[in-house]
Design a binder for this molecule. Structure first.
Ligand code: ATP
Ligand code: MG
Length: 171
């Protein structure tokens, strides 16, 4: 089984993936893989992010299974299931500010999270689950992800988290 652990930047993918690795899951950080396999194309100075060549990245995925691909483009690869990490937009903003991100990038990602961009993209492509990381600890969230991977994902089917109303309060 090939799994995508995806979500807006700051939702906790890497934090939770590290805990899953401690539990014995095999994980692959896509940013690291993209760097190693030459899948980074051009640097977008405005968005301060790299364009990733998904075809090159796909060819470079390690062959071992099961494997959890970690990163905000993981759901665009040919995975069997996707788990989307979610975080309330205001809390996400605080996390990104704490990571030292500049205001425009923080705003862009808060908006993407409020609109559920990654969830929508994911649901079009594959079987998808969502985990709200806002209030629970990273350990608890890792346990929920582990349960989903063991077939106990009832109640976490994608489409249950909706923060679109948050946007109304911003304008
Ligand atoms: N419940 C939680 N689960 C996961 N992370 C949390 C939680 N609460 C707070 N955090 C914090 O949120 C931040 C999440 O950052 P992390 O690098 O794991 O996100 P990411 O989704 O991998 O982002 P990126 O797409 O930029 O790689 C960390 O600083 C982490 O400590
Ligand atoms: Mg990360």
């Amino acid at each position: 089984m090939l799994v995508a652990l995806t979500g807006t930047p700051g939702t906790g993918k890497s934090t939770i993936a590290a805990l899953l690795e401690e539990k014995g899951f095999r994980v692959c950080e896509l940013e690291e893989l993209a760097r190693r396999c030459g899948a980074l194309r051009s640097y977008d100075l405005v968005r301060e992010s790299w364009e990733v060549d998904l075809e090159v990245l796909e060819r470079s995925i390690p062959k071992e299974r099961p494997l959890i691909l970690v990163g905000h483009v993981s759901h665009l690869l040919p995975v069997d299931i996707s788990i989307v990490l979610r975080c309330h937009p205001e809390a996400l903003g605080e996390r990104l500010v704490a990571k030292g991100w500049d205001a425009a990038k923080v705003r862009e990602n808060m908006e993407a999270e409020a609109l559920g961009v990654v969830t929508h993209e994911t649901m079009e492509k594959t079987r998808a689950f969502e985990v709200d990381t806002t209030s629970a600890s990273a350990e608890e969230n890792a346990r929920v992800v582990s349960d989903i991977l063991s077939g106990r994902g009832g109640g976490h089917e994608a489409g249950t988290v909706d923060w679109s109303e948050v946007i109304l309060g911003w304008y």
